[in-house]
Ligand binder design. Structure first.
Ligand code: 5GP
Ligand code: ZN
Length: 106
């Protein structure tokens, strides 16, 4: 998607602090953290939100959760929250699927 900021990050047209990358997903540091540790697991495929996920995307979503778990481990988090904001009323601002990794509270 041309005007999508996360598509641009995935294509490296906009810089981001990258934690890890696979052919299907990236994990980047959130630019405005809402937790002591805040990263975003982003699918490379442009799917606007969880509402738009179809059966054909099930494996991709499983991969995203798996990558988020690996990222959390790499960050040394022993406990954390994984959050999808869904739709404007659910707090979603960027219409490209991403999973928040939140942690670092003592
Ligand atoms: P949402 O509210 O859509 O679930 O979350 C979007 C998240 O993306 C927010 O936590 C926000 O801080 C983050 N964000 C927005 N723009 C950028 C950016 O250009 N770079 C990075 N690294 N994070 C961003
Ligand atoms: Zn996108």
């Amino acid at each position: 998607m041309e005007d999508c900021i996360f598509c641009k990050i995935v294509k490296k047209e906009i810089p981001a602090e990258m934690l890890q990358e696979t052919p299907e997903a990236v994990i980047i540091k959130d630019i405005h953290p809402s937790a002591p540790v805040h990263y975003l697991a982003i699918l490379k495929k442009h799917i606007p939100s969880i509402k738009d996920v179809g059966h054909k995307d099930e494996a991709l979503l499983g991969h995203l959760i798996h990558e988020a778990k690996e990222g959390a481990k790499r960050l040394g988090l022993s406990g954390y929250k994984l959050v999808f904001n869904v739709g404007r009323e659910g707090g979603q601002v960027i219409d490209h699927i991403h999973l928040h990794i939140l942690g670092g509270w003592k």
